[in-house]
Design a protein around this ligand. Structure first.
Ligand code: BDR
Ligand code: CA
Length: 321
C-alpha cells in the first residue's frame, strides 16, 4: 500500500476523506495531523479521533497542530460545517483516546522520516502545519513522494470571489508549500466541487448496518449539491475525499504542470491561486527576464463517475487494491 499522511481540519468532507483513506486497501494511513480551519483545532482533534474510531482505526496516531494561521487570526467555517465542525450530527460519540503527546509538526517529521518508503502527504486544510514543517524540518523533503493538496482554484473561489478557503485562510503558508521544491498536485475547487454522490446512493449509505458507511452517508447528506433533474434528490459532494482518490487513482484526474503563485497582497485578491495557463511567457517576462516559476500539477478535469464509484466501493468495502 501507498504510505500516506493526512493533514486536515475535520470538517465534514475531511471526515469523508479519512473514512476513505482508512478503508482503501491500497493506502496505508500512517498518521493524521490537525490544524485550525473549519473549526478550532481542539474541535478538529476531537472530530478526527471520533471518525477514526468509528472507522476502526483507533491505532492511527493523531496530533494537534497550529491553532491559527501564520499571520492572521483563525476564522471558522461554522456556516458550512456546523458549530462542531462535523455538521452537528446527532449522537456522535466522544473519542475514547487522547491525541499524541507530540505536536503535529513533530509527528509529521517523525513519521515521514521513519517510513521505509517515501510518503504522500495529503493536506485537506489550511497549510499552516505543512509550512511550519517545511521551515522547521526541511530534511523531510527527502522522504516525501508528493504533496497532493486540496486547495486553490483556477477559476472561481469560495471564501471570496477568487480565493478558495484553505489557501485564503493562510495564504503565506500556501506560498511556502508552493515553493517547497517537492512534486505537488493541486486538487482545487475546479474539480473538488464536481464530484457528487447521487441521492439514492447517499440514502443507501445512510441505511447501512456498517457504522462507517452510515457516517459517510450522514456526512454526504450534510453537503447537498444542486438538485438533480427531479429537483428533490440533491446527493452530496465528497469534497476533500477527492484529493485522496487521486492518490489511489491518479488517472481519474487530468492535470497540467503549470506555474502557480498565491496572491499575498491585502485586498480582494488575497489568497487567490494565480495559475498561469498561457502557452508562452507574457510581456512582463519578456521585458524583465524570467522569474523562477514553480510548476504544480494542477487538476483541470475529473472523471466524476469514476471517483464516485471509487468512493462508494471503498467506503462500502468492495474496493480492489
Ligand atoms: C475546503 O475548505 C473546507 O471547507 C473543506 O473542508 C475543504 O477542505 C474547500 O474550500
Ligand atoms: Ca478541509
Amino acid at each position: 500500500p501507498i504510505p500516506v499522511i493526512i493533514d486536515c481540519d475535520t470538517g465534514v468532507d475531511d471526515a469523508l476523506a479519512l473514512l476513505f483513506a482508512v478503508r482503501h486497501p491500497g493506502l496505508d494511513l500512517r498518521a493524521v495531523t490537525c490544524v485550525a480551519g473549519n473549526t478550532d483545532v481542539d474541535g478538529v482533534v476531537r472530530n478526527t479521533l471520533t471518525v477514526l474510531e468509528i472507522a476502526g482505526a483507533g491505532h492511527v496516531p493523531v496530533a494537534r497542530g497550529a491553532e491559527r494561521p501564520l499571520i492572521e487570526p483563525a476564522r471558522s467555517a461554522r456556516h458550512v460545517h456546523g458549530a462542531d465542525g462535523m455538521g452537528d450530527l446527532p449522537g456522535l460519540p466522544t473519542p475514547t483516546r487522547a491525541p499524541a503527546d507530540v505536536d503535529a509538526v513533530t509527528l509529521l517529521h517523525r513519521e515521514i522520516l521513519a517510513c521505509p518508503r517515501p510518503v504522500t502527504l495529503i493536506p485537506t486544510a489550511p497549510l499552516t502545519n505543512i509550512a511550519l514543517l517545511l521551515r522547521t524540518h526541511p530534511d523531510v523533503v527527502r522522504n516525501i513522494e508528493r504533496i497532493v493538496f486540496m486547495g486553490g482554484a483556477v477559476a472561481t473561489g469560495n471564501a471570496t470571489a477568487v480565493a478558495e478557503f484553505n489557501v485564503w485562510h493562510d495564504p503565506e503558508a500556501a506560498a511556502v508549500l508552493l515553493t517547497a521544491g517537492v512534486p505537488i498536485t493541486m486538487y482545487g475547487l475546479d474539480v473538488f466541487q464536481r464530484v457528487v454522490v447521487p441521492g439514492p446512493d447517499v440514502r443507501r449509505l445512510r441505511a447501512s448496518a456498517d457504522p462507517a458507511a452510515r457516517l459517510a452517508g450522514d456526512l454526504l447528506a450534510h453537503r447537498p449539491a444542486t438538485p438533480d433533474a427531479d429537483g428533490d434528490d440533491p446527493g452530496g459532494g465528497i469534497g476533500d475525499a477527492g484529493a485522496v482518490c487521486t492518490v489511489v487513482d491518479p488517472a481519474g484526474i487530468t492535470t497540467l504542470p503549470l506555474p502557480v503563485e498565491v496572491s499575498l497582497a491585502p485586498g480582494p485578491t488575497r489568497g487567490q491561486t494565480v495559475v498561469d495557463r498561457r502557452p508562452r511567457p507574457g510581456e512582463s517576462e519578456i521585458h524583465d527576464g524570467l522569474r523562477p516559476r514553480h510548476l504544480v500539477d494542477v487538476a483541470l478535469d475529473v472523471d466524476v463517475n469514476r471517483f464516485v464509484k471509487l468512493y462508494l466501493d471503498t467506503v462500502e468495502g468492495t474496493a480492489q487494491k
